[in-house]
Structure formats: structure tokens, C-alpha cells
Design a protein around this ligand. Structure first.
Ligand code: PNS
Length: 167
């Protein structure tokens, strides 16, 4: 039986840390579905469609990876996909408490689904989409954090919002 894993998140936007994790995961699982939460519990800069587009470009050379958008409860989506495993990245101790709560809540909701954690390469352990958005809005060079096409899209989006007076 094929081992399918779901890698859920906001991906607002995809970073080198996410890509690193996807490359590690695909060595272990037969198929990986990167699942973008349409409405995560935080404000997002990119629409779900835009986040999907960026992830598709970022992963196009990685085999057996598909990108999807999901709504509603994550464990229900995982069940619908007939996947037994959810994958999350663990960067630092500060991630632990939230991840622990989420994994145990999801386990209570659907005990048959396991959450597995993987650590990205240490050079990406400090990366977060939130800080990348902040540094981008202040004009920093993002070459160590995100692929060039993501940096361009990010800066374009931020400039566009600034002109409209949103940021
Ligand atoms: O990248 P993020 O923002 O840390 O990802 C969080 C995400 C999207 C995985 C989480 O918010 C989620 O699972 N949302 C879907 C709704 C849900 O199932 N919530 C209960 C989680 S215990």
C-alpha cells in the first residue's frame, strides 16, 4: 500500500525551509500532498490561489508532490485523502508548544492519523514566513530565505498594497 503524507500549512509564502522539508519527506513517503489552508487562523498576504501557484513553481522539479488547497478541519481533509500521516516541520523549541497542542488535538479528533515532525536543515531553522514578509516590506534582500520568483512576487505584492494604503 502506498504511503501518502499530507504536509499542511499556511505557506504565506513558501520558503526555502518548506522546500527543504518537502525534499526530505519525499524520500520517505510514496506521495506527498502539500495542503494549503485556505483560511488559516492568521492574516495572510497572499490568496490561497497565489500561495498554490508559488508552491507549484517551487516544487515542479520534485517528483510525486502535489499541491492542494483545503478548507475546514485538517483531520477531515486528511481522512478524505486516505492519508494516514500528517507532516509538520519543527524548527526550534518555540514551535514545540503549539505543535504539541495541535498534534494532540488532532489525535483526539482522529486517533488513526499520526503527526510526524521533521527538522529542516539547520540553515533554515530560523526562517519564518512572518519575518520574511516583515523584512521584505523594509526592502531587505531575501536571497537566503526564498526563491527569487517568490521574492519578486512578495515585493510586488507589498508595493501594490502600500500604494493602495493597505500596509
Ligand atoms: O503554517 P501554519 O500557519 O503553522 O499552519 C497551521 C495549520 C494550517 C496547519 C492549522 O491552522 C490547521 O490545521 N488549520 C485547519 C483547521 C484545523 O483543523 N484546526 C484545528 C487544528 S488542531
Amino acid at each position: 500500500m502506498k504511503k501518502i503524507a499530507i504536509y499542511p500549512g499556511s505557506f504565506d509564502p513558501v520558503t526555502f525551509g518548506h522546500i527543504d522539508l518537502i525534499k526530505r519527506a519525499i524520500k520517505i513517503f510514496d506521495r506527498l500532498i502539500v495542503a494549503i489552508a485556505r483560511h488559516p487562523q492568521k492574516e495572510v498576504l497572499f490568496s490561497a490561489k497565489e500561495r498554490e501557484e508559488l508552491l507549484k513553481i517551487a516544487t515542479r522539479s520534485i517528483p510525486r508532490v502535489t499541491i492542494e488547497i483545503f478548507d475546514g478541519l485538517l483531520v477531515d481533509y486528511v481522512k478524505r485523502k486516505k492519508a494516514g500521516v500528517m507532516l509538520r516541520g519543527l524548527r526550534m523549541i518555540s514551535d514545540f508548544e503549539y505543535e504539541f497542542q495541535m498534534a494532540l488535538t488532532n489525535r483526539r479528533l482522529r486517533p488513526e492519523i499520526e503527526t510526524i515532525y521533521m527538522m529542516p536543515n539547520e540553515s533554515y531553522c530560523y526562517l519564518s514566513s512572518k519575518l520574511i514578509k516583515e523584512t521584505a516590506s523594509l526592502g531587505a534582500n531575501l536571497k537566503d530565505f526564498v526563491p527569487l520568483f517568490v521574492e519578486r512576487k512578495l515585493k510586488h505584492k507589498i508595493n501594490h498594497r502600500a500604494h493602495k494604503g493597505v500596509m
